[in-house]
Design a protein around this ligand. Structure first.
Ligand code: HDE
Length: 717
């Protein structure tokens, strides 16, 4: 894999960051004042064995800076990984929006994208069952535009005032701070079981979407309905989508748990390595457009963030492409300090009255004030727009800009009223003049009350395998809940979505589904309200399916960047080994030679081959597929290694493609726990000997393209 080649990829923002980069190769060590340091190994003392002197300003500066290195982690989305890249629109979008970055297909707008988990702390595992953040900062000529989305198109709650409650419920419990980065505990399910608006999102979070194979293989969604405004001032509603060009793929839950131990940085590493290797992740930006006059034509409310617009009703138009082609130079300076905010937007875009969106407009600036320490966070290099900044805002902690002149107010006469306000025709932002007419109330619209129909739509749209995974996820999560009443309440909700779902989950919990008769399904009711006004409506009976909601039939996109382990030891058959290596490399898969030890192995013809990982340092869960070439001595050595046998066994259990040629098949048999015949005849297990072996590489490549062979799993549905 080539290293650092992505450092030569640049754009206007990356060039602009150059003024802040520091390179120390070949330089002297200095203090922060630029003083060269003569001894960085010993503090200043009263004699070699004496007490350290307060005078030691070099020691004090170094230790003080160290003591202050940490900033508060994000209250949510603390763990993340990010990359630089660019976005390019395919065709001018002037009919929909006047946003400049969506007009000229020759313009590459710089972007910085941060992916994250939500519940865990900064040091938690990438493979938690969780929503993933998908936040994109576009550095446009007209200022920064942040599209702060998730990998799921809906959310748990409808009104931002419930966000602290929701987050407190899902975070580790406050008395003992257990569990880390997991929703499988009482407080989360207690809240959910009396908050039926979360039921659609629960279906997504219990599906395999919550355990992605890679950040590069997940979709992104803006979630809320936004507005596009065109040059004539005409508004239309828009939902944003990111569609990954590598398809949408996940791991299985058992695998996710094992990866959390084997490599908790799995997603972070995957993103970093693929960019270092020149395999740049790509997504297409999709939009669903609803004309202003069609706002009320759906049987859900466009302002309700617990609803999608099914793609069958409004197709997703792909309008541009994003490519991530450069890793950050410094995690803290860029990934940790980047500050996203929905209120960073450009002319041509605007908000709707979605009450979740409206609350976010307050929260994101507020949180940066705390996290980044003051109102000048926009001056931090990664947050600085490439568009010029001129206003009367001054001073504050860590101010960097030296504002020249006497005026910091507007209007002013002394400085010719500069900086001047811009007309709309000059790029000035003007809010969309939406007509509003209503009473000032604390209320939830009745049109937000159907909590089950789209949860049902999601369930109906899943393949049997996906349904089975949802059932198992719910059995796992609710199985970790200690209070039985919570489990029962959840079964009542699940039965509103689908009775088979509820019954199957109940079976795993040793419970029958209780009757909903007389149960208050929503306890989030204002004190003076009539509880009946807050109860969810039952799911519609005409709910069909939406193909876009299932990951079962992803487009076949080849095996580029897929990780393939070749299990081998000294004596491995040189020809078989070479043939597979060449075939996989031609498809741009990533190959790793895994052997009992590190160093080099000798093939059957005496050739020395570098080993990439030893069986002690890696595991099958870190790969997409495994191949065992022949060579009696090699296979005999592997058969002596419990880790090698386990490697194949786990790959089989996780439904991964497995190939073996000649004696390599013996390792597969050993990994079959006595069921060799079953294993060898299973889908996605490819074996061959002699001339038969010639077909193996092609079949193996096709199998890797399939991702997984679910027929090996016992399905419940
Ligand atoms: Fe966030 N969210 N959020 N959120 N969110 C934050 O901002 C908040 C919501 C999302 O990589 C915080 O800078 C409220 C929906 C992402 O830096 C905070 C509500 C969606 C990220 C915050 C929501 C998101 C955040 C924490 C309910 C998908 C990580 C640190 C009204 C559309 C951005 C920070 C990054 C981060 C508040 C709900 C996405 C506290 C109040 C819905 C991707 O401001």
């Amino acid at each position: 894999m080539s290293t650092e080649q992505n450092r030569t990829n640049t754009n206007d923002k990356l060039d602009e960051l150059e003024q802040n980069r520091e390179y120390s190769t070949g330089e002297f060590l200095t203090t922060n004042q630029g003083l060269r340091v003569n001894d960085d190994q010993n503090s200043l003392k009263t004699g070699p064995r004496g007490a350290t002197l307060l005078e030691d300003f070099i020691l004090r500066e170094k230790i003080t800076h160290f003591d202050h290195e940490r900033i508060p982690e994000r209250i949510v989305h603390a763990r993340g990984a990010a990359a630089h890249g660019y976005f390019q629109v395919y065709e001018p979008q002037a009919g929909l929006t006047k946003a400049k970055f969506l007009q000229d297909p020759s313009v590459k707008t710089p972007v910085f994208v941060r992916f994250s988990t939500v519940a865990g702390s900064r040091g938690s595992s990438d493979l938690a069952r969780d929503v993933r953040g998908f936040a994109v900062k576009f550095y446009t000529e007209e200022g920064n535009f942040d599209l702060v989305g998730n990998n799921m198109p809906v959310f748990f709650i409808q009104d931002s005032i419930k966000f602290p409650d929701f987050v407190h419920a899902v975070k580790p419990e406050p008395n003992n701070e257990i569990p880390q980065a997991a929703s499988a505990h009482d407080t989360f399910w207690d809240f959910i079981s009396i908050t039926p608006e979360s039921m659609h999102m629960i279906m997504w979070v219990m599906s395999d979407r919550a355990i992605p194979r890679s950040y590069r293989m997940m979709e992104g969604f803006g979630v809320h309905t936004f507005r596009f405004i065109n040059g004539e001032g005409k508004s239309s509603f828009v939902k944003f989508h990111w569609k990954p060009l590598l398809g949408v793929h996940s791991v299985v839950w058992d695998e996710a748990q094992l990866i959390s131990g084997r490599d908790p940085d799995f997603h972070r590493r995957d993103l970093w390595d693929s960019i270092e290797g020149g395999a740049y992740p790509e997504w297409e930006l999709g939009v669903q457009i609803v004309a202003e006059e069609d706002e009320h034509k759906f049987d859900f409310d466009l302002l309700d963030a617990t609803k999608i617009i099914p793609e069958e009703l409004v197709p997703v138009q792909r309008i541009g492409k994003m490519v991530l082609n450069r890793n950050p130079d410094n995690y803290f300076a860029e990934t940790e300090q980047v500050a996203f905010h929905l209120g960073h937007l450009v002319p041509g875009l605007d908000f709707t009255n979605d009450p979740l969106l409206q609350g976010r407009l307050f929260s994101y600036t507020d949180t940066q004030l705390k996290r980044l320490g003051g109102p000048n966070f926009h001056e931090i290099p990664i947050n600085r727009p490439i568009a010029p900044v001129h206003n009367g805002q001054r001073d504050g902690h860590m101010r960097q800009t030296i504002n020249v002149g006497r005026t910091s107010y507007s209007p002013n006469g002394i400085n010719a009223d500069s900086p001047a306000q811009a007309k709309e025709s000059e790029g000035g932002f003007a809010s969309y003049a939406e007509r509003i007419d209503g009473h000032k109330v604390r209320a939830r619209s009745k049109s937000f009350r159907d909590h089950y129909s789209q949860a049902k739509l999601f369930w109906n749209s899943q393949s049997d395998t996906e349904k089975t995974h949802i059932v198992k996820a719910l059995r796992f999560e609710l199985g970790k809940v200690a209070v039985e009443e919570i489990r029962e309440r959840m079964l009542i909700h699940l039965a509103q979505v689908d009775t088979t779902l509820a019954t199957l989950v109940g079976e795993g919990l040793g419970l029958t589904v209780p009757s909903a008769q007389g149960v208050q399904l929503n306890k989030g009711v204002p004190a003076d309200a009539n509880p009946a006004d807050y109860q969810p409506t039952t799911a519609r009976t005409d709910v069909g399916q939406s193909a876009a909601l299932s990951m079962a039939n992803p487009p076949k996109v080849g095996i580029k960047t897929r990780q393939v382990a070749i299990l081998a030891a000294d004596g491995v058959d040189n020809t078989e080994f070479d043939v597979i290596k060449q075939a996989l490399s031609a498809e741009e898969a990533v190959i790793a030679i895994v052997a009992p030890r590190l160093g080099k192995l000798k093939t059957s013809t005496g050739e020395a081959v570098k080993i990439d990982a030893s069986l002690q340092t890696t595991a099958s869960v870190l790969f997409d597929a495994v191949y065992v070439p022949g060579g009696q001595t090699s296979v005999n050595s592997l058969l002596q290694e419990a880790d090698a046998v386990r490697f194949v066994h786990e790959a089989f259990m996780h439904c991964k493609p497995i190939a073996a040629t000649a004696e390599g098949v013996d390792l597969l048999k050993a990994a079959a726990n006595g069921g060799a015949e079953k294993l060898l005849s299973s889908e996605g297990v490819i074996t061959g000997e002699g001339t038969n072996a010639e077909a193996v590489p092609q079949k193996f490549i096709e199998a890797i393209g399939e991702h997984r062979f679910w027929s090996r799993e016992k399905t419940l549905v």
